[in-house]
Design a protein around this ligand. Structure first.
Ligand code: SAM
Ligand code: SF4
Length: 442
């Protein structure tokens, strides 16, 4: 019997996937495996996959194709995550050199699956979505030394017409508030100062323990963890987003003044077809709460263009919404047809070329908004968490509470002074559409 001992993992997709990979790595290390930096060096090669859009899914199959020839040399390939869950055993037919296919709802069974692989089983699967468990690992191998993710809720109970997530990540499962708070405390004592709470829809968090906390209570309590200076959360669903979240942000400076609130479309007609469960007016009411907050809350969003049946007037309504909200930044996508989703049955598809045209117009409009928005920061002093140093420009890379990148120089400091992971006050001296630049204040 040959025992596989080295592994390589590549992660595609969202922060949930990035954090899942951190937990998978922790699980593998606890089982005696060691991580290597390239697939060439590894005996076991993992791809943690994303299927949110067709392009993301294709990337995984092209990666598998690339390494097909390696199989003969004794490598074992494993496909994890959303493509694994969506395609299931079909992956073995498409890529016969794959030996393990496992969706995120089955990660708790990874240790047993690894044993099966080690004993020579070449078709191991973990594809059940029928679980009430969350993936809690004793060891999580975290990539960033200052910012740590904590999953508070897995899966999604919404059924947005375009989205594969309910099919790939299963039903909603919240972790107990006690386990979240205990993880936050451990992270603080390990030196992390920023925590990001994760979930497909964090607002529908429901503590399964008798304490019964809702998301607002959990957020406020994580924000009171000694040693934690910044708390972020993503993603919020507008339907479940409540005023209490804004009040909590107003009351505690440790809660970052940034909210990511995906709108998807500015047209109530399209929102209805998307089964988003809110109207444009409902959404704008939430924006109004944020604009009336005491703190200056940065607002970001996700937009889909070219959903089936989206007319020019619907698209114009989305552009008008960008102007009305003045987002700090947006993620924008062309609608992509996904397997199993209700939108597949809708007629009136928007041609690819037209989707491309709308996306370009949308991004240009948003760029102009960001130029204007960021220009208002000129002269302001912002606190930054220092995340890196750019040798080419001699600038430190900082991030503000509002999640803006603020590159800065430190005129009087010793150049070898290590600022990484510290908090520095920076005066903004230049602004652009995607970042700010400045000088540290002494
Ligand atoms: N749960 C979050 C939410 O409700 O917004 C995030 C879901 S998804 C990981 C992130 C974004 O991908 C969505 O907000 C949406 O804009 C985009 N997206 C999801 N499905 C898509 C599709 N079929 N085509 C294009 N964009 C899509
Ligand atoms: Fe997908 Fe909608 Fe759930 Fe977000 S809320 S993960 S877009 S189904």
């Amino acid at each position: 019997m040959r025992v596989v001992k080295t592994f390589y993992i590549e992660t595609f997709g969202c922060q949930m996937n990035v954090h899942d990979s951190e937990k998978v790595i922790g699980t593998l290390i606890a089982q005696g495996y060691s991580q290597v930096a390239t697939p060439e060096e590894a005996e076991l090669v993992f791809y943690n996959t994303c299927s949110i859009r067709d392009k993301a899914e294709q990337k995984v199959f092209s990666r598998l194709q690339q390494f097909k020839k390696e199989h003969g040399r004794g490598k074992t390939f494993a496909v994890l995550g959303c493509v694994a869950q969506q395609e299931g055993e079909k992956i073995f037919a498409k890529a016969p050199h794959v030996s393990l296919v496992c969706g995120s709802a089955s990660y708790n069974q990874l240790p047993e699956m690894l044993v099966q692989l080690e004993t020579g089983n070449r078709r191991v699967t973990g594809l059940s979505l029928d679980t009430e468990d969350t993936f809690d690992t004793p060891l999580t191998r975290r990539d960033n030394p200052h910012r740590a993710y904590i999953t508070i809720i897995e899966g999604c109970d919404k059924s947005c017409a375009y989205c594969v997530v309910p099919f790939t990540r299963g039903p909603e499962r919240s972790r107990t508030s006690a386990s979240v708070i205990s993880e936050a405390r451990k992270l603080a004592s390990a030196g992390y100062s920023e925590i990001q709470l994760l979930g497909q829809n964090v607002n529908s968090y429901r503590d399964p323990s008798p304490a019964g906390w809702d998301f607002t209570t959990l957020l406020a309590n994580v924000g009171r963890t000694p040693g934690i200076r910044r708390v972020r959360f993503t993603t919020s669903h507008p339907r479940d987003f409540v005023q209490g979240i804004i009040d909590a942000i107003d009351e505690n400076l440790a809660l970052c003044n940034h909210v990511h609130l995906p709108v998807q479309s500015g047209s109530t007609r399209v929102l209805e077809a998307m089964q988003r469960l809110y109207t444009r007016d409902d959404y704008m009411r939430r924006i109004d709460w944020m604009k009336k907050a005491r703190r200056d809350i940065a607002i970001t969003t996700d937009v889909i263009v070219g959903f089936p049946g989206e007319t020019e007037a619907d698209f114009e309504a989305t552009l008008a919404l960008l102007d009305a909200v003045e987002y700090d930044s947006i993620f924008s996508f062309k609608y992509s047809r996904r397997p199993n989703t209700p939108a597949l049955a809708l007629g009136d598809q928007v041609p690819e070329e037209e989707k491309g045209r709308r996306l370009t117009i949308l991004q240009e409009r948003q760029r102009a908004i960001q130029v204007r928005r960021n220009a208002t920061y000129l002269g302001r002093v912002e606190e930054c968490l220092v995340e890196g140093f750019n040798k080419a420009t001699g600038q430190w890379i900082g991030r503000t509470s509002q999640n803006k990148t603020l590159n800065f120089i430190r005129p009087t400091a010793d150049p070898v002074d290590n600022l990484l992971g510290t908090y520095v006050e920076v005066r903004v001296t230049r602004t652009g559409p995607n970042s700010l630049a400045g000088e540290s204040v002494h």
